[in-house]
Design a protein around this ligand. Structure first.
Ligand SMILES: [Fe+2]
Length: 273
């Protein structure tokens, strides 16, 4: 343990020293409590509800105050269509169980709780069975515009709506099925393709570049700057599969498909190859 590190033996959740909540004991206790609920979840259990505090609800509202306008400008049409279906509450954080009712009626996807990051093989493998492993804690209040790790904002704002859309849902399942039979080397390539499509993908609609990926759609800091700050490369699954990424910082490179259909079609083709 390094000097000044507030990690205790009972910490379920390890935070990096540069995490905005690293020195916030109350935040760390909250993270541990929510992680414990997820770890106690068993297949077949009802998806547990989290009672969010007023401070956490405030972070959610702050995010939406910035995101609604950016989504109107940058979200791809497919996302905007299914976001209307899910219709996430802007005032209070929806529970996974509430969202699951909508997903069940549309594509049959289910969001289930997870304590934190899991391996690519576990995460992608669940997608093949129509299960999305979702965190339930929220980012630290001091930095609402961006999170280096998935949180409930990312899962709900970025991913939940997409599971109502048949094409998004199909692509998620294809990732899972491809991951299930991949050796480690191919799994790394598939994980990069997932990153640069369903997390950080973009496509053209007419002359505009629109956002497909959950990582961008849930980060108002990044969504407001990607057009000018990122290198925008032509969409090419082979190139993507060999392009490494840094999950802990704003992205420097994005791949832009000529259309949403091209992004889905060529990704599906790569996954079935
Ligand atoms: Fe994600």
């Amino acid at each position: 343990m390094s000097d000044g590190n507030p990690v205790t033996a009972s910490d379920l959740v390890q935070l990096d020293p540069d995490h905005p909540g690293f020195r916030d004991a109350a935040y760390r206790a909250r993270r541990n409590a929510i992680a414990r609920v997820a770890m106690e979840f068993r297949e077949g259990d009802a998806v547990p509800a989290v009672e969010y505090t007023e401070d956490e609800q405030s972070v959610w509202r702050t995010v939406w105050q910035h995101l609604d306008g950016l989504h109107a400008k940058y979200a791809c049409q497919a996302y905007r269509e299914c976001a209307d279906l899910v219709s996430l509450d802007r005032e209070r954080i929806p529970q996974l169980a509430e969202v699951n009712k909508v997903l069940r009626r549309t594509t049959g996807f289910t969001m289930k709780p997870v304590a934190g990051l899991v391996s690519d093989r576990t995460f992608l493998g669940h997608l093949g069975r129509g299960i999305f492993l979702a965190t339930q804690y929220i980012r630290h209040a001091s930095r609402p515009l961006y999170t280096p790790e998935p949180d409930v904002v990312h899962e709900l704002v970025g991913h939940a709506a997409t599971f109502c859309h048949p094409e998004f849902a199909r692509l998620n399942r294809l990732f899972g099925k491809a991951a299930d039979v991949a050796d480690d080397e191919r799994l790394s390539r598939i994980a990069r393709l997932y990153w640069y499509t369903l997390e950080f993908g973009a496509c053209r609609e007419g002359r505009d570049v629109k956002v497909v990926g959950a990582g961008l759609l849930s980060s108002f800091g990044e969504l407001g700057r990607f057009e000018t700050a990122c290198e925008l490369r032509a969409f090419d699954p082979d190139a993507i599969a060999s392009t490494k990424y840094d999950p802990t910082d704003y992205q420097k490179t994005l791949f832009v498909a000529d259309s949403f259909a091209e992004l889905c079609g060529r990704t599906a083709q790569y996954l079935s190859g």
